[in-house]
Design a protein around this ligand. Structure first.
Ligand code: ZN
Ligand code: ZN
Length: 342
């Protein structure tokens, strides 16, 4: 099969022919990829940011946001059949360890993460497990929903954590209205009565944010901190939902946060450098977010079916993956980039 593989850090992916995965294990599921989302994490993987953490051996196939059709199942798989349309939860979890029993799929102690520490979905076929697939209505095409598997899942996971903080009369600042942010805004709208302020350097992204329910949009042009201060009565917002985590976003976000407030870290790439005396005197909290649970993914599918979440995507053939990555890196990509094999 065709796959886009990383052979060396800081180099372009290579399209090549590799062996198709087989459902050898009893709970294995092989998915024929219909669509694979492109994530900023794929840029960070290429930059080598994950090399030590994931211990992945090169070459390998990235791609952790996948949807398609069941192609082959192991002997004990009963929840899906060949031909079913599925979205793939990004993590392969065991179901038996304590985090799994808590429903915390992402922290399974026996798990693995296709696209991060083993072959992912920038290919024609993906090996995953029965626990990771959510069966979908056959009328849905994978290109319509693949972005929910990671971008959407991560956004809803962070927003659900912020619900207790964002009651009536509160304000939330969303930093970044791209692949994740545009879904995060809709989840905030669906789950909370908070006033949503969106901060982004792109006029197009801000226009989309306005259409999707943002109450205020603020362009990153050097005046963004003052503008947010004005919009938050001089005290800052109860929550910062940061989908960027680099290129000045953190410094802006910490300034825009109210004392006693909560800073949700989703985008990443640089360090948070805040003196501990500020953290205690301002009583501000930083909360990490890693993708989401299986239940978060089901909740997101429900919001999508109800029309409360809609996706904005740009589609590329798998062969054009390096163009898509360049577009994402240079801010030319609107919404989520989706790769389609074949
Ligand atoms: Zn991702
Ligand atoms: Zn587990």
């Amino acid at each position: 099969m065709k796959a886009a593989r990383l052979h060396a850090y800081h180099e372009a992916l290579k399209l090549e022919s590799v062996d198709e995965p087989k459902a050898v294990g009893a709970h294995d599921v092989v998915v024929k990829i219909g669509a694979a989302g492109l994530c900023r994490t794929d840029l960070h993987i290429q930059e080598g940011q994950w090399a030590e953490k994931s211990q992945v051996q090169l070459p390998y196939t990235p791609g952790h946001e996948n949807a398609g059709w069941v192609h082959e199942v192991g002997s004990d798989v009963t929840n899906v059949e060949v031909g079913d349309t599925v979205i793939v939860h990004p993590f392969i979890s065991c179901g038996l360890c304590t985090p799994c029993r808590r429903g915390d799929d992402m922290h399974c102690v026996n798990g693995s993460f296709p696209g991060i520490n083993r072959d992912g979905g920038f290919a024609e076929f993906l090996l995953t497990s029965a626990r990771s697939v959510v069966k979908l209505d056959p009328s849905l095409h994978p290109t319509q929903i693949a972005a929910l598997a990671d971008a959407g899942l991560t956004a809803i996971h962070a927003v659900k954590k912020a619900i207790p903080v964002l009651g009536a009369g509160t304000k939330a600042v969303v930093i970044g209205a791209g692949g994740l942010g545009h879904i995060g805004i809709q989840c905030l709208r669906a789950y909370t009565p908070t006033e949503i302020i969106v901060v982004d350097p792109s006029e197009k992204a801000l226009a989309l944010a306005g259409e999707l329910g943002a109450d205020h949009t603020v362009k990153v042009d050097g005046t963004q901190r003052d503008k947010v201060k004005e919009l938050t009565d001089g005290v800052g917002a109860e929550a910062i939902i940061d989908f960027v985590g680099e290129k000045g976003a953190i410094e802006d976000g910490v300034e825009m946060l109210q004392d006693g407030g909560f800073y949700y870290v989703i985008g990443y790439g640089e360090n948070i450098n805040v003196p501990t005396i500020d953290i205690i005197s301002r009583e501000i909290s930083f909360i990490g977010n890693l993708v989401g649970t299986y239940v978060d993914l089901q909740d997101l599918m429900t919001l999508t079916a109800q029309g409360q979440v809609t996706l904005h995507t740009s589609t590329y053939p798998l062969d054009a993956i390096n163009d898509a990555m360049a577009d994402l890196d240079n801010g030319r990509l609107q919404g989520r980039g989706i790769l389609v094999p074949g």
